[in-house]
Design a binder for this molecule. Structure first.
Ligand code: ADP
Ligand code: MG
Length: 221
């Protein structure tokens, strides 16, 4: 299923004024494709993901996940949409220090109210290259490996949309390239509509499209 944003406007209060974080932003991401969004710090990239993730309601505009209009849903229905159809990889992995890689993924099942599926978690971790790291805790993993756990966790609910915020910022060039390769492969294999936000203009050759954000405006590919 695709992701479509149409004429999205997002405004934050800023003292007695307003800050326009997203200004008439439109973006269509077909399933099985990866769109990279590049742009300087403060240009609105994370805001774009927050709106696409249905975490924040825009002042105007429309978010479609497949055929579902997120703006028309109640808060409870939006939460269900997010848990079941959207995978989010935040900039900070936010892994729980005491849990193994498999357990990090199982927590997501419990949040969804389902039974935890250790075999499913193990398969996903193997898919992201962590077959030998299933019982490792975050402090035993490298930055790149923690980011892979983070990505696998986002896929636990078999989402249609994958939103990834600056996954390579803490990684060296080689490991950064590997993470982008992984995201591109997962996008094709699972038919995801993926948005990869980055201020890092390296590794963009793996993206199907590259859009540029500047001062809240998105220049489409
Ligand atoms: P980027 O991810 O490209 O660095 P952000 O989306 O985080 O950009 O921020 C876009 C603009 O919105 C910036 O000017 C930032 O300071 C502002 N901003 C982001 N989040 C908030 C917030 N929760 N409240 C007020 N202003 C915010
Ligand atoms: Mg950001």
């Amino acid at each position: 299923m695709s992701l479509t944003l149409t004429d999205v406007r997002l405004v934050y209060p800023d003292g007695d004024r307003e800050l326009v974080a997203l200004d008439e932003v439109s973006l269509h991401v077909p399933d099985g494709t990866l769109t990279a969004v590049v742009g300087p710090s403060g240009s609105g990239k994370s805001s774009l993901l927050a709106v696409a993730a249905t975490l924040v309601r825009p002042r105007a505009g429309r978010i479609l996940v497949g055929d579902t209009d997120a703006g028309a849903l109640s808060d409870a229905a939006r939460t269900r949409l997010r848990l079941n159809r959207v995978g989010i990889v935040f900039q900070q992995p936010n892994l729980l220090p005491s849990l193994t890689a498999v357990e990090q993924l199982q927590v997501t099942d419990r949040m969804r109210g389902g039974a935890s599926r250790p075999d499913h978690a193990e398969r996903l971790l193997a898919t992201v290259g962590l077959k030998d790291r299933l019982r490792s805790r975050p402090h035993q993993l490298s930055g790149g490996e923690r980011q892979r756990v983070n990505i696998a966790r986002a896929l636990m609910g078999a989402p249609e949309v994958l939103l990834v915020d600056e996954p390579t910022s803490a990684l060296d060039e080689h490991r950064g390239a590997q993470i982008v390769d992984l995201l591109a492969d997962l996008t094709r294999h699972h038919g995801l509509a993926t948005v990869l936000v980055t201020h890092d203009s390296r590794h963009l050759d793996r993206a199907d499209r590259v859009a540029t954000m500047h001062d809240g405006r998105l220049t489409p590919p």
